[in-house]
Design a protein around this ligand. Structure first.
Ligand code: CP3
Length: 354
């Protein structure tokens, strides 16, 4: 496939969307916008359809996944949809005993800390997640020219849940394993890289036009540890989907010191949280990559004037970038006023129309 061909099965209107053009660092009619966690608790229509259905169960119901993924597209006029699922879905699908507890996050019954625990992690096959293929098939029909972003958790972030047994502030068990048994750690991350690669491939083959690898908690590491103990596994995942030609976005929180390495791991687009301005982030990442970000999600709780002023700052810092996808510096906070998100999309589109 040459660089100018659209990947398999993708309508040319999707290929020519502002979002995919920005990811490819091509000129855009306006700066594209989407939000991490745009589908979720900030929307009353989400809370309504989720009533009585557990989080993981809803991820396995193609009708619900389609409806929830479409909700923010209909409401906010965002430039991309993100597939409604969770980073632990592929782990659940291969039989890891885990659940997502409301207000807490993923909780794992038997944390992985010894070599025998690795037996919990078998390979993922497309049949394990047939509901994902089915949902994406339904979605690409409904989305028309709006691209769908598939995603997965990166090996470090998945490992942090598996090793800690749940969400963690200090990642002490994870780091204890990483420093104390580097071979077991490397084997664990390699297993997770295989599972994550398989999960992303399922989504791309089903019709996702881009993928985002979430390494949400990797900002807990210093660059030298990242390079030695994490980057090989993340690079393996990103490389495994390179031949599809769909943009690969790589994001983490608090990763200011890691931005260059996260780009080097094989991303086409590097996601930036709100702690580093985009012009500075571009210097750290270097040429040849687009950036995504980075309005502080908490700014949306302020006045419209303040939101616009902070958005202007983001757009000014992005002015010299090769490609810019507007997003928040992390996910939409659950109590965000959805109207503020709709106004923000419109503001960015109007301000950047060329
Ligand atoms: O709109 C979207 O962005 C798509 C959906 C999405 C969800 N999870 C839905 C979800 C995505 C991309 C994720 C990824 C995810 N899950 C990450 C990486 C992104 C990030 O925020 O850094 C992480 C770390 C997880 C793990 C996880 N799952 C957490 C921390 C939580 C929140 C727990 C809570 O209740 O506060 C979940 C549950 C979850 N995943 C919810 C949603 C909408 C909330 C569950 C609910 O609505 O009941």
């Amino acid at each position: 496939m040459s660089a100018n061909d659209s990947p398999k099965g993708q309508p040319s209107q999707t290929y020519d969307s502002a979002f995919l053009k920005a990811c490819r660092r091509e000129p855009v009619p306006h700066t594209p916008v989407w939000f991490m966690r745009q589908a979720g608790r900030s929307l009353p229509e989400y809370r309504k359809v989720r009533e009585g259905t557990a989080m993981l169960e809803s991820c396995m119901r193609p009708d619900l996944v389609t409806e929830i993924t479409m909700q923010p597209v209909r409401r906010h006029n965002v430039d991309a949809a993100i597939f409604f699922s969770d980073i632990v879905v592929p782990l659940k699908a291969i039989g890891v005993d885990l659940d997502i507890k409301p207000g807490v996050g993923p909780v794992v019954a038997q944390p992985i800390r010894r070599r025998e625990d690795l037996a919990q992690l078998r390979d993922l096959t497309p049949e394990d997640v047939s509901y994902v293929t089915e949902a994406i098939g339904m979605l690409t029909g409904e989305l028309g020219s709006t691209p769908l972003i598939g995603f997965a958790g990166a090996p470090f972030t998945l490992a942090s849940y598996l090793v800690e047994g749940g969400p963690s502030k200090n990642h002490e068990h994870t780091k204890a394993l990483m420093y104390g048994d580097p071979q077991l750690w490397a084997d664990l991350l390699d297993r997770l890289a295989e599972i994550t690669s398989a999960f992303l491939k399922v989504q791309i083959e089903a019709g996702a036009s881009a993928v985002q690898l979430f390494d949400s908690w990797v900002g807990a590491l210093a660059p030298a540890d990242y390079r030695r103990s994490v980057m090989p596994a993340s690079a393996k995942v990103l490389q495994s989907v390179a031949s599809y030609g769909v943009p690969r976005i790589h994001f983490g929180v608090g990763t200011g010191e890691l931005l260059g390495l996260m780009g080097e791991a094989g991303a086409d687009v590097v996601g930036v949280d709100y702690r580093v301005a985009l012009d500075e982030a571009a210097r750290r990442v270097g040429p040849g990559k687009a950036l995504q970000g980075n309005l502080d999600p908490a700014v949306l709780f302020s006045t419209t004037e303040a939101v616009e002023a902070k958005t202007d700052e983001v757009l000014a810092a992005a002015a010299g970038l090769e490609g810019h996808v507007f997003n928040l510096g992390h996910g939409v906070l659950p109590t965000t006023d959805p109207e503020a998100l709709t106004r923000l999309v419109d503001y960015v589109h109007t301000k950047t129309a060329r």
